[in-house]
Design a protein around this ligand. Sequence first.
Ligand SMILES: Cc1ncc(COP(=O)(O)O)c(C=O)c1O
Length: 390
Amino acid sequence: MTPSINPRVQQIELSGIRKIANLLIDYPDAINLTVGQPDFPTPDRVKQAAHQAISNNQTAYSSNAGLLELRQEVSTFFADKYNFTYDPETEILVTTGASEAMDVAFRTILEAGDEVIIPVPSYTGYEPLITLTGAKPVYLDTTQTDFIPDPQQIEQLITPNTKAIVFNYPSNPTGVTIPRLTMDALVATLVKHDIFIISDEIYSENTFEGEHRSFAQYPELKDKLFLIHGLSKSHSMTGWRIGFLLAAPQWTKHAAKIHAYNTICASVPSQHAAICALNECRQTPAAMNREYIRRCDYMYTRLTNMGLPTVKPTGAFYMFPSIKIANMTADQFAHTLLDEARVAVVPGTAFTSYGEGHIRISYAYAFDQLEIAMDRMEKWLGDRTSGTRY
Ligand SMILES: Cc1ncc(COP(=O)(O)O)c(C=O)c1O
């Protein structure tokens, strides 16, 4: 007899982003626009803080929740910038990236049979974690509303089994942010229902127009909100693995148990680096944003001119153009583009089936690479749509 593994694990798949990125080994001359990884180095000050921590032998476990000094920095950062307060002693957990914060949040909240509303197309990380708990994702289609979730549609999807709703704005994969009035309308809807809100705001610091508006700025949601954050994107620290989970104390008390049994604590040298990032490097995201905005404007113009219309991003570093003109599925488009023109993009279907008809382009790549990629893509698309065979 062969033992069998958890069927829910069999049900989940490797991310569609990784699938296409893995193909790149066979195309060393391809320009890769698939990965959501800032192309800037981690700030020098942050690196020095980690060196210092290691030299000082600050390499043992921290408390499960994370170094108190870091939790205090997290609290101060949000209070200063967004004017909301989470208690460092009882309402903040330092996690191994936003990814762990998400997993902990889902496992704290969900049980088999629960429903979780996800605005789609959505980041690839949510659905597998939800499925693992036995809960079921319920899709909120945003393709007809410029990728902005509509409060009335949410209302229609809520059933007695709805346990939570996930938000991720600025959005991966679309780059959209939620306008202030829509935020207010969403909150007015959410406050009426007994459901949790899991808001992954990891791209908050990559907001290009106005200020990011957080669900945590609405005190009426405090008892329902799990706020997910981290430094991967804001400070180009993807490999340091530092994330934050913020919630009311009655929830963090339980989430802390899952986190403690899972990882004990986040990497301690990385926690020291994170203190420095939040305290001394608050201008880092703005400097990166200036370059992202330049690239975004360029990409938007090029894509529009080649017949791939896109909702113009106002945050993150992704674009999600329509590929209708090419008359191919998203998967065919991505594979053929890679094979024939040596440009790698992610098929929109990696972000649920609602991403069909789109591709995701990351512009966290050097400007000259983007220029070459756009030239190759334009020529390829022109030849294709004019009937030239490769
Ligand atoms: C929306 C979103 N949330 C979370 C993550 C993962 O963040 P971390 O590196 O902090 O685990 C990503 C990474 O691409 C992301 O795009």
